[in-house]
Design a binder for this molecule. Structure first.
Ligand SMILES: Cc1cc2nc3c(=O)[nH]c(=O)nc-3n(C[C@H](O)[C@H](O)[C@H](O)COP(=O)(O)OP(=O)(O)OC[C@H]3O[C@@H](n4cnc5c(N)ncnc54)[C@H](O)[C@@H]3O)c2cc1C
Length: 398
């Protein structure tokens, strides 16, 4: 039976960051992923300032910046009037080395991190290997995995469950994942059309109210990602038709030619949280522990923050002889942040965009503009939305 100190299930952003940190501290680590090759998900597009600081330690941030868009502002805007509340992260210049959001695809991180694993001692990443069974006793956890050449058993002192939203680790340990799935389906349409040339004062991240509903425009180096929704009289099947997407893009900027649409992808949004981040020697991180609306861009960032917190504790326990009570502290530090900061802010952001009542929108816009006009409330809001406040809260929890 193969033995390692730490076994990580899932080579997404969370599993790879945890693996790199542990291996650099001299802990023999094995990362498994059921996919045949590096996780190429397009999903996340925003990196917040503290995440860039954490990835800097691993030598990844400058490469991400080189492949992304430094975005000092983001905004909530009314499409027809161009009236907006503009949030400016430069007010955080004394709080972080990176006072901006970086617009960059999640897969840039997984590719860069995967490349780094190949030259990191104490670390192996195996693709095409799926966890199917788990057992644990007082001294170890053993994983049954299915590989292209048959079944294997791997034993480890601890296992990190970074296996994403449908986590099999969660099921095998009987953990509950309390929450809800939101009713709407979001349609992600990607186009190279240059909205920035037509819509005055756009940021790279824009949450937009319009008379017919709501949309968001998120810019990446060569494309815009547009989040769209079905009209009230459309079925989801109809809303996904290229003509329906074309009609909605024409509402954003009317033009003679059709839009070039690179990709159309529907997705459902959830708000769920695991009851405990620890099941004995199995420790949960990322989407396996918490799921949230992408509005505000916090899911992957929060998962990376879990990975950093947890890998510090694994280093203290396995290298420095600290008590494994530290893993209970991990839950105490990270779960309330997921609940009260990540899930709660994402929920508020989603609700704000879903509300259609013009009078409510006018009041909310005035409130946000007043908040931004006051340097104290502006900074406080950005400390929360940039996930700095959540990390400070976790650090203060003993
Ligand atoms: C449209 C969209 C936009 C988003 N935008 C943002 C954003 O801007 N910012 C942000 O912070 N977050 C965003 N998110 C959320 C973000 O994508 C996730 O939070 C992030 O991918 C979670 O990373 P993870 O490593 O926990 O899980 P995943 O990325 O899901 O990785 C889990 C890995 O585990 C592997 N796996 C699963 N089961 C097994 C098994 N049994 N055996 C072995 N391997 C297994 C999978 O193959 C996968 O590679 C967005 C999500 C969506 C859907």
């Amino acid at each position: 039976m193969k033995q390692v100190a730490v076994l990580i299930i899932g080579a997404g952003p969370v599993g790879l960051v945890a693996g790199l940190r542990l291996a650099r501290a001299g802990i023999e680590t094995l990362v498994l992923d059921k996919a045949g090759s590096v996780n190429d998900d397009f999903r996340a597009s925003t990196f917040h300032p503290p995440t860039l600081e954490m990835l800097d330690e691993l030598g990844l941030t400058q490469d991400l910046i080189a492949q992304g868009l430094v975005s000092p502002t983001w905004q909530i805007r009314q499409h027809e009037s161009h009236n907006k509340a503009l949030f400016d992260l430069s007010v955080l210049r004394d709080d972080t080395r990176y006072p901006f959001r970086l617009q960059c695809e999640q897969r840039v991180l997984t590719r860069l991190a995967d490349a780094k694993t190949q030259t990191t001692a104490n670390l192996q990443v195996r693709y095409g290997v799926e966890l199917t069974g788990l057992a644990q006793d007082a001294s170890s956890v053993s994983a049954t995995v299915s590989t292209p050449t048959g079944t294997e058993t791997i034993s480890a002192s601890y296992l990190i469950a970074a296996d994403g939203a449908r986590s099999i680790c969660r099921k095998l340990t009987g953990m509950t994942f309390t929450g809800e799935t939101y009713p709407e389906t979001t349609i992600l349409a990607t186009t190279p059309y240059r909205f920035e040339d037509q819509l005055p004062g756009l940021s790279n991240v824009n949450y937009v109210w319009c008379e017919q509903g709501t949309f968001s425009l998120l810019r990446l180096p060569d494309i815009w990602r547009c989040s769209l929704y079905a009209d009230p009289d459309e079925s989801m099947e109809q809303a996904l038709e290229p003509q329906a997407i074309e009609r909605k893009l024409q509402r954003i900027v009317p033009r003679q030619e059709p839009y070039e649409i690179v990709e159309i992808r529907p997705y459902r949004v959830h708000r769920r949280l695991i009851d405990d981040y620890r099941a004995g020697r199995v420790l949960f991180a990322g989407d396996a522990a918490h799921l949230t609306s992408p509005s505000g861009g916090m899911g992957m960032n929060g998962g990376i923050h879990d990975a950093v917190n947890l890998s510090d504790k694994l280093i203290a326990v396995t290298k420095n002889g600290a008590s494994d009570e530290l893993f209970n502290l991990y839950t105490r530090q990270r779960r309330p942040v997921a609940q009260d900061e990540i899930l709660a802010q994402s929920h508020t952001n989603r609700m704000r965009m879903q509300r259609r009542d013009p009078a409510w929108r006018a009041t909310e816009m005035a409130r946000l503009q007043a908040l931004v006009a006051n340097p104290v409330s502006h900074r406080e809001h950005l400390l929360k939305s940039s996930m700095i406040a959540g990390l400070a809260r976790a650090a203060a929890t003993t």
